[in-house]
Structure formats: structure tokens, C-alpha cells
Design a protein. Structure first.
Length: 455
């Protein structure tokens, strides 16, 4: 009975780990967003790569028209003077050209299998020969397929034409129609057929012929992505999309609602986000991303009962998603279902083994379930990823303070070093020193605890 009371007292210290972790992630997100916005404002680039209603899109991420993908490319070569800094080149190039440009400028051989071409012929034509100013540029977007199970999009710019491969294919003469408002694919079907064949030839020539393998990240990279809210479910490359099915042009209003909902979340308008994202899930009941966004907004509003069925549906759609399993565990915990929450935290750490916050949260619910040995195991796994993790060191020290005070002191010292202003590490160091019979040290840390702030 006494041991049960002790576990309850310990777990009380960790009853709100999810709020602390979520606030930590949000602070990172806010810092990154503010910094990026400041940089864009300073450079005057905040309107580039963004649609403002053209073709019906009110953001970016769906279509392959110039509003969203035709942006300046700035290159600074070593040794260029002020005159070179003023050089402006009106030519069509692609991101695939950046790597061969860097290799050529560094004096390295450009491998034959690389897709792009060096831009030095445009930048330094006198040295490299006549410039190639009218390069075909291929673009593709699988996001509509991944997010909503709509068709992917592919595009080719060649000469004066823009061709878009879609369920309802598109062809534009950009000389006479620079805003791509008049689709001539039906009236110029031979040209559309030719450009479609060129896309197919290009794709066959660049296919690797092998499936993408797992993306290897070290534990520190995984922990950093976790803190920014970008933890992947299984850290694998996304599968290739397909052409066919619903044309994104026919559902662009839904895509706008989805992006507006995410923007509302980012800017703290959670009620607005719920309204936008509820519209999306009604239209697209198989969109795991839409359910995920809606659940995130409801969690921010602390409407856990409403978030529960939303997350359950999201997990049905993406059972291998570590972040969804984690959030479902949080919501079950917050709605009083400790027993079921444990299983979802276990699935989260199984999906993303190096996710430090997930290991710590699982340790917390193990504590609440009076499973201290398993809690200690998960804390140790969290510390293998990040040895400086304050909460994990604190929990480890508290769990060991009675049975192994010398080992507890090691973790509590690390916690105190990470957060010198916190009182809890000193409070339990005092207890550890008492266990070891060192009354002087115990009194010293008890005094420190009284003058520090609870963390």
C-alpha cells in the first residue's frame, strides 16, 4: 500500500507532460515561423510562389501554374564582383539545374545520369559557349494524391507552351495567354499528345527502377524534428502518386479550406480552423491529413471528447502513423481512459523508436498505471536519444531515489544542470543524500529547493 501511494505521489508530478511537450513544440514552431516571415519581409519575397485566387487557388501546394512555381533563382558564384551581382538573366531553368551548376562551378565532373544541366552557359556564356535559354522544365506534384487521394499533376514547359497532365489535361500558349486562362488542349490535341509523350519519355528516363528505402536519421535529427512537430510515422519516402480519378481543379475549394484551416491553427484561430477542417472531412472522408488537422485544432481548444472520434478515424486511415497514435494516446489520457491510452503510446514508440518525447510520455502513463519498472525502462530509452532531457532525468532520479540513491543522484544532477532554477531536482537530491546518511548535503539541497522555483 505504501509503495502504491509513493507511485501516485511521483506520478502526480508528471500529470501534465503532454501540455509541457506541446508548448515546447509550439514555441519552436512559432520561432521558426516568425523568423521565416521576417526574412521574407526584409527581402520583399513574401508574394512569390503564392496564388491569390488565380485558377481558384488561394495559397500554394496544388497547381503547377506560374503563380506558385515560377520564382527567381539567385546564384552567387565565388569571385564574382559587383557587376556580376547586377546580372539578370531571362531564362527558364529548374531546381534540377542547381546541383550540376555547383559541381561545374567547383571544377568537378557532372555525372551523366544527373537530370539537370549546369547554368554556367547562361551565367558565363563567353567561357562556356552559347547559352541555352529555352530549356524544357518538368514539374510534378503528388501532394493532391497523398493529401486527398485526388489525381497527381505533372507539367511540362517547352517553347511557348505549358502542358499539364491531369484527368482533364490542359494546354496553354503562354505567348498569347500568359495567365494560362484558355485551355486549348482539345483544339490543339496533336500538340497536347506530343507533350504528353515527352513527359512519359522523360519519366521513363529518370526512373530509378527501385523502391525508395528507409530514410536514415540519427537520434539527434529525429529529436530535433520531433521538437518542430515534423515527426514522420515510419521515416520512409512517400510513394509515387498517379494520374487519374478526381481532378484537383474540381476540388480546389476544398484544398483552400484545408490550407486556411492549417493557417488558422498556426495563427491561433482554432474555432475557425475547426469550421474549415470539418468542411474538408465531410467532403474527403478518407483524408488522414484533414482528420489530423481537425484533431489538432480540437486539442488546442481542449475539446478532447470531440477530438477522440476524429483521431480514431485518422488512426483507422493511417495505423502506422506514430504521431497519430501518440495524439490518440494523449486524448484518451485526457478523457480518463488511461488503460487504452497506454497501448497507443506503445504503438507510437514502436513506429518511431527514436522519438524522445514519445518514450517520456509512455513512461508517464506507465507511472499512472503503477508500472514503475516499465516507466524506468522508457525513461532510459528516452535518455539514450537525448541524455540532457530534463524531465526524463528528473523522473529517473525520482524513481530511483529510495532504492538506489547513488544512481538517482547522477540523473538529478543532470536535471539540475539543465534547469538550474528548478526546485524539484534539489528536493529529491536532498532525499537521496538522506538515504545515503549525508545530512549536511541533504540540508544544503533542501535549502536550495526552498529558494528555487518549481519547474
Amino acid at each position: 500500500m505504501a509503495n502504491s501511494c509513493r507511485l501516485t505521489a511521483i506520478s502526480f508530478l508528471f500529470t501534465k507532460p503532454f501540455d509541457q511537450l506541446h508548448e515546447r513544440n509550439e514555441e519552436c514552431d512559432d520561432d521558426e515561423t516568425d523568423h521565416a516571415a521576417e526574412e521574407q519581409d526584409q527581402e520583399g519575397l513574401h508574394e512569390l510562389g503564392e496564388a491569390f485566387g488565380e485558377h481558384g487557388e488561394r495559397s500554394h501546394g496544388i497547381f503547377l501554374y506560374d503563380e506558385t512555381i515560377h520564382v527567381p533563382l539567385v546564384i552567387k558564384l565565388p569571385g564574382n564582383g559587383a557587376a556580376a551581382a547586377q546580372q539578370r538573366i531571362d531564362a527558364r531553368v529548374g531546381l534540377v539545374d542547381v546541383a550540376p551548376t555547383i559541381l561545374a562551378a567547383s571544377g568537378m565532373r557532372v555525372p551523366e545520369q544527373i537530370q539537370g544541366k549546369s547554368l554556367l552557359s547562361l551565367i558565363q556564356p563567353a567561357k562556356t559557349g552559347p547559352p541555352d535559354v529555352d530549356r524544357p522544365v518538368y514539374s510534378e506534384n503528388d501532394y493532391p494524391n497523398r493529401a486527398f487521394e485526388w489525381s497527381s499533376l505533372r507539367a511540362l514547359r517547352v517553347g511557348k507552351y505549358l502542358y499539364v497532365e491531369a484527368p482533364k489535361r490542359e494546354l496553354y500558349d503562354l505567348n498569347s495567354d500568359p495567365s494560362a486562362g484558355q485551355n486549348i488542349a482539345d483544339s490543339a490535341s496533336a500538340i497536347a499528345d506530343t507533350l504528353s509523350a515527352q513527359i512519359e519519355t522523360f519519366r521513363k528516363g529518370t526512373a530509378s527502377g527501385s523502391a525508395a528505402g528507409p530514410i536514415k536519421l540519427d537520434p539527434k535529427q529525429v529529436a530535433k524534428l520531433s521538437a518542430l512537430g515534423y515527426v514522420a510515422s515510419d521515416l520512409r519516402a512517400s510513394p509515387e502518386g498517379r494520374i487519374g480519378g478526381i481532378d484537383p481543379k474540381d476540388r480546389i475549394g476544398i484544398a483552400n479550406s484545408f490550407h486556411e484551416g492549417l493557417l488558422d491553427i498556426e495563427e491561433g484561430r482554432f474555432d475557425g480552423a475547426v469550421a474549415h477542417l470539418e468542411r474538408v472531412v465531410r467532403s474527403e472522408p478518407t483524408s488522414e491529413l484533414a482528420y489530423h488537422g481537425l484533431a489538432a485544432a480540437l486539442i488546442k481548444l481542449r475539446q478532447f471528447e470531440k477530438a477522440l472520434p476524429v483521431l480514431q478515424r485518422a488512426v483507422e486511415l493511417a495505423p502506422n502513423s506514430g504521431i497519430l497514435q501518440y495524439r490518440l494516446g494523449v486524448v484518451l489520457y485526457e478523457t480518463g481512459n488511461l488503460k487504452d491510452s497506454v497501448g497507443h503510446f506503445e504503438l507510437a514508440v514502436r513506429a518511431v523508436p527514436d522519438w524522445v518525447d514519445a518514450h517520456y510520455s509512455l513512461a508517464t502513463v506507465y507511472l499512472r498505471a503503477e508500472r514503475p519498472a516499465e516507466a524506468l525502462h522508457e525513461v532510459d530509452r528516452a535518455l539514450e536519444v537525448d541524455p540532457t532531457y530534463y524531465l526524463a532525468n528528473l523522473m529517473r532520479g525520482i524513481l530511483l531515489v529510495e532504492d538506489n540513491p547513488s544512481e538517482a543522484l547522477k540523473s538529478l544532477r543532470k536535471a539540475a544542470a539543465e534547469h538550474p532554477e528548478a526546485s524539484e531536482p534539489h528536493q529529491y537530491m536532498a532525499q537521496a543524500y538522506e538515504q545515503l546518511g549525508n545530512a549536511l548535503k541533504a540540508a544544503e539541497h533542501r535549502s536550495l529547493a526552498e529558494h528555487q522555483n518549481p519547474h
